[in-house]
Design a binder for this molecule. Structure first.
Ligand SMILES: NC(=O)c1ccc[n+]([C@@H]2O[C@H](COP(=O)([O-])OP(=O)(O)OC[C@H]3O[C@@H](n4cnc5c(N)ncnc54)[C@H](OP(=O)(O)O)[C@@H]3O)[C@@H](O)[C@H]2O)c1
Length: 251
């Protein structure tokens, strides 16, 4: 994949997990990469490690999104790809969903993603690529995930509409929906060690490939969508889940 050289790519939530693995592969392919995150220390450490530019910015805060756009516009004028990856997961049964649970997830995963795309639109080069990080939870019922699943389903709907609206500029908009991926996200969902290992074992047993994916395996698909190799692909959703969504009836 030679055509990533000197492309300017912005990745939200790029200091860990899938965002970081994508940023690393893109810098190795000589793209200019800007990563964001909420925590100064981790953004600085991650960007230094891979030779990216790190900017502290909270995806749920419209004022911070606007200043991020201004900051990047001052350095690069235009960008070639935008990977809207930042997201959180938290679990609660419908009976116990609080307004705070709802707002926290929706503000980052959906509202923040929507306004990140909107505010970056003037900076996107014609022919640019936009990638949203969704989840197979957008399609599948898993207990305690109502708000998380809704935030990702909303993202999928947004991506399809944006693909139509941005097509006249040659801008492609696609979605990547991972299954279970071994990232720091799982340590932040509020489960103790025992609950986490029980949940992981249960999930793993139901994945046809019998394992969690790695961040690097998801990054490969994002990098493909970032590159010109995917030049005829827009409005698509790439499910990268070891076959988890197949819901096999026997076995
Ligand atoms: N891991 C999985 O099994 C899985 C499966 C399907 C989909 N996903 C999705 O994949 C995406 C990446 O998650 P991951 O698994 O790689 O988890 P991760 O390692 O926790 O990475 C998420 C990154 O997003 C950042 N972030 C969170 N809230 C943010 C905000 N408001 N503004 C800016 N950055 C923010 C986090 O940094 P700070 O908290 O320091 O800001 C972190 O660096 C998420 O959208 C997640 O929903 C994950």
């Amino acid at each position: 994949m030679q055509n990533l050289k000197n492309k300017t790519v912005v990745i939200t939530g790029g200091a860990s997990g899938i965002g970081f693995a994508t940023a690393k592969e893109l810098t190795e392919k000589k793209a200019k990469v800007i990563i964001t995150g909420r925590q100064k220390d981790s953004v600085e450490k991650a960007s230094k490690e891979i030779g990216a530019i790190g900017i502290v910015s909270d995806q749920s805060d419209l004022i911070q999104i606007e200043s991020l756009v201004k900051n990047i516009a001052a350095q690069f004028e235009k960008i070639d790809a935008l990977f809207i990856n930042a997201g959180i997961a938290a679990f609660a049964p419908v009976s116990a969903i609080s307004e705070e649970h709802y707002d926290t997830i929706m503000d980052i995963n959906f509202k923040g993603a929507l306004f990140t795309l909107q505010k970056f639109m003037p900076l996107l080069n014609d022919g640019a690529s936009v990638i949203f990080l969704s989840s197979i939870n957008a399609h599948n019922a898993m207990e305690n995930t109502a708000v998380y699943a809704a935030s990702k389903a909303a993202l999928n709907a947004l991506a399809k509409v944006a693909a139509i609206e941005l097509a006249p500029r040659g801008i492609r908009v696609n979605t990547v929906s991972p299954g279970p991926v071994n990232t720091p996200l799982w340590g932040k969902v509020g489960m103790n060690e025992e609950q986490l290992s029980q949940t992981a074992a249960l999930i793993q047993s139901k994945v046809p490939l019998k394992k969690f994916g790695s961040s690097e395996e998801i990054a490969k698909t994002v990098v493909f969508l970032t590159s010109d190799d995917s030049s005829y692909t827009t409005g698509a959703e790439f499910i990268v889940d070891g076959g988890f969504n197949l819901n096999t009836l026997v076995g």
